[in-house]
Design a protein around this ligand. Sequence first.
Ligand SMILES: Nc1ncnc2c1ncn2[C@@H]1O[C@H](COP(=O)(O)OP(=O)(O)O)[C@@H](O)[C@H]1O
Ligand SMILES: [Mg+2]
Length: 241
Amino acid sequence: MPETILEVKNLSVSYGAVRALQNLTLQVNKGELVSLCGVNGAGKSTTLKAIAGVLKPTAGEIILHGKPIAGRTPEQVHKQGVALVPEGREIFPTLTVAENLRLGAFGRYDAKRFAADLEDMFTLFPILRERYHQAGGLLSGGEQQMLAIARGLVSHPDLLMLDEPSLGLSPNMVDQIFQLIAGLKERGITILLVEQNAERALQLADHAYLLSTGSCVFAGKPADMAREDVARIYLGGGERA
Ligand SMILES: Nc1ncnc2c1ncn2[C@@H]1O[C@H](COP(=O)(O)OP(=O)(O)O)[C@@H](O)[C@H]1O
Ligand SMILES: [Mg+2]
């Protein structure tokens, strides 16, 4: 039996009267890459924010390592091993790359380990070594995304959640980001990935969930999602999944 890292059961989230997510159930096992798909407004970011403790669910359970975490603060959830790399990167533009990375380890900071972690991040993202003392805001979009992912990784998360990591990047940078995600998966890092680029995400995924207007319309193997035609129907435009 694979070890279960995250279980979400019947999760619902509302923004006032707007019901953004209804009854979502999903599971992420250790070492898996799980892809959460859906068009704009489907409820993907809402799901990740609820898991991260940024939004309070109106109903349902979020279980991490077998323990319920719904209602905990983002700091508590982070400390428990969940790192969210948010949509739009949200790095601190006036802080240096170094300071941004240090913040990522906040709450799980281990001075002895941090130096080694930094070296590891520089191996994964050589550009961050070059930019180490520069303000985050001076980095290109792709570099900021790398910084945001590195900031998530320095906390040694048990679950890394990536929200639209390739959004707004050049085709070459999109390739680099997907290669990087493939590399993280090879390292055994457990990933919950939200991507508009469903085709690329599904190539890497062990399991996939498809959201449409806040409800789950498919859960299963990526190949079945393509086969059952749900991707074409719910991702629209006649695109392939
Ligand atoms: N802060 C907010 N206030 C009100 N409605 C919101 C807010 N954020 C998102 N929504 C709505 O919730 C739904 C899901 O949004 P979101 O989770 O951001 O979708 P996705 O990430 O899949 O594009 C959408 O209808 C969106 O308009
Ligand atoms: Mg979103």
